[in-house]
Design a protein around this ligand. Structure first.
Ligand code: SF4
Length: 397
């Protein structure tokens, strides 16, 4: 259904982009089936946005698989009948994927607590897929390690036991430390990607950046880390040229993901996206976690101390606005585009507070809405193009 997303790129880089596009289009989870067929008793566990501790799934011997909706590649026939009209699109396409059997390769599902929609979706999965493991992961909203931290560790251990029953693998401390190590390598590679894209956005187009993060939701973490490393090496010597684009930061797209055409439209409208919250779970923890001590404590510390500000997480110290300003300055952003899915309460409720923080610092911003199946981009192109032109004029004034 989507138009081709990228002009043909020659050589190994072209092969890699083609592979990432194929993974993105893999709604039937052929890559997951393939992984399962390569060993005995292999299990795969799907997780919804935004963040789940994938290390726990990995340590239990299962493949963590990100479920990001159907984008513009699946027609919603039955999904609409499960929900009222005034909510976002993601749960409709996820239900559609489930009822038409496209999630059959998955043996279990983890629903993190983000919003009422995801909570309700987990209930529907329990009713619809009675033979599957379904876990609602109640991420802590209290950031005292003795309270929220303890609660979170118990919840993760409960999750580990559930997945362990599927795989027959007990999550030991040493297995969990090894998983933390594998994900630390991946986090470091993602940080290198984020930095390269922010420094030289002409080398790492938003579309490829997005496809790379999405690929990590379908393939084993070790393979994904290697993919990131090779990609970064290749684009470093690709000779791609810088365009006269403005540098923008995007916020609000942390759960339901924008269609590829929208990402391409932003760049064509003159915007380099130098920071964003796409596929946020892939870069939710900002630094490496401790690989030597108590691994459960390390995971709890990661969520509570080192996770990025997000509308999906309680902002105990009310610093989201100042954090956004700091980030805009760090990446030399010239403006911010609030880009939220229609009817996404968490993103839209945060927006006025974030906008006020930007205005205080005279940072320009604009807002647009999308749905994962948005197909018309002309209006968005005009709006983003006008914003980019305005930033160029103001910065030269
Ligand atoms: S897009 Fe927003 S409202 Fe919809 S499920 Fe995600 S966080 Fe909830």
């Amino acid at each position: 259904m989507s138009a081709p997303v990228q002009e043909k790129i020659p050589g190994r880089l072209g092969e890699m982009v083609a592979k990432m596009e194929a993974l993105y289009a893999d709604l039937d989870l052929a890559a997951v089936r393939d992984w399962k067929s390569r060993g005995q008793n292999r299990r795969a566990v799907g997780f919804l946005p935004v963040y789940v501790p994938r290390e726990v799934i990995h340590a239990a011997g299962a493949l963590p698989v990100g479920i990001m909706g159907g984008a513009d590649r699946i027609e919603i026939v039955r999904g609409d009948s499960y929900f009222q009209s005034y909510i976002c699109h993601l749960p409709r396409s996820v239900i559609e994927l489930a009822v038409v059997g496209k999630l059959d390769a998955l043996d279990g599902f983890v629903f993190p607590s983000i919003c009422d929609v995801i909570r309700n979706l987990s209930g529907m999965f329990k009713l619809l897929l009675k033979d599957k493991f379904v876990h609602y992961l109640d991420l802590p909203q209290n950031f005292d390690r003795r309270l929220g931290g303890r609660f979170y560790i118990q919840d993760m251990q409960h999750l580990a036991q559930g997945i362990g029953r599927l795989t027959g693998v007990e999550v030991t401390d040493s297995a969990l430390r090894a998983s933390i190590k594998a994900f630390n390598h991946n986090r470091a590679a993602v940080r290198r990607l984020v930095a390269a894209r922010s420094d030289r956005p002409w080398e790492v187009p938003t579309l490829e950046y997005f496809l790379l993060l999405r690929a990590g939701y379908l393939i084993p973490v070790e393979e994904h880390t290697a993919l990131l490393d090779e990609y970064l090496e290749l684009v470093g010597r690709s000779g791609r040229h810088m365009m006269d684009n403005v540098r923008v930061v995007v916020r609000g797209a942390f759960c339901e993901q924008p269609p590829l055409g929208l990402l391409r439209t932003l760049e064509r409208a003159g915007c380099y996206v130098v920071d964003d919250d796409f596929v946020l779970g892939a870069h939710f923890i900002e630094r490496d976690l401790d690989e030597r001590g108590d691994p459960w404590e390390a995971l709890a510390e990661g969520f509570m101390e080192y996770s990025v500000p997000s509308a999906s997480k309680y902002d105990e110290h009310r610093t989201k606005g100042s954090e956004l300003v700091r980030r805009v300055r760090d990446v030399r952003g010239e403006g911010v585009i609030f880009m939220a899915p229609s009817f996404c309460d968490p993103a839209l409720l945060d927006q006025p507070m974030l906008a006020a923080a930007l205005e205080k610092e005279h940072i320009a911003h604009t807002a647009l809405k999308y749905s994962e199946d948005t197909g018309q981009f002309q209006v968005i192109r005009e709006q983003a193009g006008t914003f980019a032109d305005g930033l160029k004029l103001w910065s030269n004034a």
